[in-house]
Ligand binder design. Structure first.
Ligand code: NAG
Ligand code: NAG
Length: 602
């Protein structure tokens, strides 16, 4: 939205071209390392440099100081499709990684749904040209094999090394349960219903209207159902809350003790081992998805309860990794990209009513819907000498742009046998291009297109054409969200279709408050252009196996990763890490990083 004033953009452009020229004159620049920091459910309002004044993110803010803040970076509104898009450079619908029903993410590690092995990921692009590759943290793109050698797990999708969660962090891994996330008083409601049912049957029995056999059956069935609801979350925790190193289960169910620290430690070990060759590291944080967690040290500092602690711990980890790059002398040869998979999950509240979802700042909606709050994600690129410091890119970019950008940076091969939706971001980031390479972007909710973004090739306007919206209703503390359909649906009675579509001009109306008058010729033309673009886009989608077919989402108990004999899987790893908070306090780590910087410059 906020464009840099013209003169400063010109200066940046000049700066960038000068820098480029010098780089060209020197011999070829070393192939840059690539670090992707992927946050989970962190919103536009959660990060210091994006305007948060009470969550401390000094390390992320420092990235922005040394690079570019992307204020119009768009993702899919929910984890699995968004991650598929980031990995492949394609809208998730092209890989079959998005859903036409309620279940919009993969929910069991042993479910056969997953990123098809013939998709090309950023890791495969980099690996093909000699990079060492690692994914640390959350995967959530499937862990099973379709056939032998056709697998979806990270090692099979181009990552030499994987440590983390095949699925994702969920409430069931901690204190909560899916049922209670769905209905706050789930257990009370079930218990009351079951007791009423049994009592009613008993009364009928007293009046000889049902037989003893029926009474016994009702009591047994309702007790079993209640027990099932109690046991199911525990079983889900054993099945899904699993820490894996490559293919080996190292902890089951997972423990939150030093979990971020353990991830960070593995990242640092990977960097140390590969510092002399080009590497690609995807640091895919579990934070700040519920179940929220952080070490006590971060709780003590947080002004926003456990949510703030989770984001600040994530920021600490960014600092540790950046600090290590500086110590290794490779920080300036590294392209760093930080983003979030979707907007903050505003409907998340603990059972006691504490806010557990993040903030989308001035943007409407959040995770799981296509309002700006769901799809606009806080994004930063740092690449010293190439991307001007303290710059801001307010031209539309997209999470699918990462793959073509990685292709450009690494000198890798662009997959040629399929449609790639993304565009190399470098010309825009360097200031060589003044306008987004995307004239249109398509905003998917599940497999449905809920809207489009249109950036006319002239002028500065940016339109959002909206075909369907989720119903936002008021929840706890006045929060507007999908409180009548948790999570937001993409079709059905809790959504509204708009015909003619709503049209917003996002530069002047970022909060989508006032649709433009659809009867004016100008807006009618915009609607018609968008309709044609959507039709053309849809025609370009090749048929592909639908990963969200309900049968593919069900667990296959025989394939369940397990340390032990299912369901008695149990193992735990060493929780100790080398970090000392005495010298790695978030602000201090950050200062160390600065110091490393100055010493290098002098
Ligand atoms: C900072 O983030 C917290 C947690 O998401 C949120 O409650 C608060 O409103 C945010 N502050 C600003 C200024 O956006
Ligand atoms: C967690 O890591 C810290 C260092 O970051 C260490 O001092 C502590 O002992 C570890 N906790 C456990 C339970 O191992």
């Amino acid at each position: 939205m906020v464009m840099l004033p013209r003169p400063s953009r010109v200066i940046l452009l000049l700066l960038a071209t000068t820098v480029m020229a010098t780089a060209d004159e020197n011999e070829e620049r070393r192939k840059p390392n690539i670090i992707v920091f992927l946050m989970d459910d962190v919103g536009m309002g959660d990060i210091g440099c994006f305007g948060n004044t009470t969550i401390n993110t000094p390390n992320i803010d420092q990235l922005a100081k040394e690079g570019a803040k992307l204020t119009q970076h768009i993702a899919h509104p929910i984890c699995t499709p968004s991650r598929a898009a980031l990995m492949t450079g394609r809208y998730a619908i092209r890989s079959g990684m998005t859903s036409f029903h309620l279940m919009r993410v993969i929910s069991f590690i042993s479910a056969p749904a997953g990123l098809p092995s013939n998709e090309t990921t950023i890791a495969e692009v980099a690996k093909d040209v000699g990079y060492s590759t690692a994914l640390i943290g959350k995967w959530h793109l499937g862990f099973m094999c379709e056939k032998e050698n056709e697998c979806s797990d990270p090692n099979s999708q181009g990552f030499d090394y994987f440590y983390g969660l095949p699925l994702t962090n969920i409430l069931d891994c901690g204190h909560g349960t899916v049922f209670e996330a769905w209905r706050r008083n789930f257990y009370t409601e079930v218990a009351v219903t079951m007791v009423v049912l049994a009592l009613a049957t008993f009364i009928l029995f007293m009046y000889s209207m049902v037989r003893r056999r029926t009474l016994v059956a009702v009591v047994v069935a309702s007790t079993s159902f209640y027990l099932f609801c109690l046991i199911m979350p525990k079983l889900i925790a054993v099945m899904n809350c699993v820490v894996v190193e490559n293919h080996d289960v190292v902890e089951q169910p997972l423990s939150y003790t030093n979990l971020t620290q353990r991830h960070t430690q593995h990242a640092l070990d990977f960097l140390e081992e590969h510092k002399n060759e080009p590497f690609l590291l995807v640091m895919s944080f579990l934070q700040a998805h519920t179940e929220l967690y952080a070490e006590p040290y971060f709780h003590a500092r947080s002004q926003h309860g456990v949510y703030g602690a989770a984001v600040e711990e994530l920021d600490w980890s960014v600092g540790e990794i950046m600090g290590a790059l500086h110590r290794m002398g490779v920080a300036d040869d590294t392209f760093v990209y930080l983003t979030s998979d979707n907007g903050a999950h505003v409907e998340e509240f603990s059972l006691s009513g504490e806010k557990e979802g993040g903030s989308n700042g001035i943007y409407k909606g959040g995770k799981a819907n296509c309002f700006e709050g769901g799809i606009r994600v806080p994004t930063i690129v740092r690449y010293p000498g190439i991307v001007p410091p303290e710059s801001e890119v307010s031209e539309p970019t997209n999470i699918v742009d990462l793959l073509p950008t990685v292709v450009g940076l690494t000198g890798g091969q662009m997959p040629r046998d399929r449609v790639i939706d993304g565009k190399d971001m470098m010309p825009l980031l360097q200031g060589e291009l003044g306008i987004s390479p995307h004239e249109f972007m398509f905003l998917y909710c599940g497999g449905y297109i809920h809207g489009a973004r249109y950036r006319p090739r002239k002028g500065n306007r940016l339109y959002k054409i909206v075909y369907t919206t989720a119903n936002l209703v008021e929840g706890p503390h006045g929060t507007m969200g999908c409180f009548d359909s948790y999570p937001c649906r993409c079709e059905g009675p809790t959504t509204v279709n708009h015909d003619p579509p709503l049209v917003f001009e996002l530069r002047s109306d970022p909060s989508e408050t006032t649709p433009l008058d659809p009867t004016t010729p100008n807006i009618q033309e915009i609607i018609a252009k968008a309709r044609a673009a959507v039709a053309e886009h849809q025609a370009s989608i090749a048929p592909t196996p639908y990963q969200f077919a309900p049968t593919r989402l069900l667990p296959r108990f025989g394939d369940q990763p397990c340390c032990g004999t299912f369901p008695f899987c149990s193992c735990t790893e060493d929780h100790s890490t080398r970090f000392s908070y005495e010298d790695a306090k978030p602000d201090k780590a950050h200062k160390d990083w600065m110091r490393a910087d100055t010493s290098k410059a002098s």
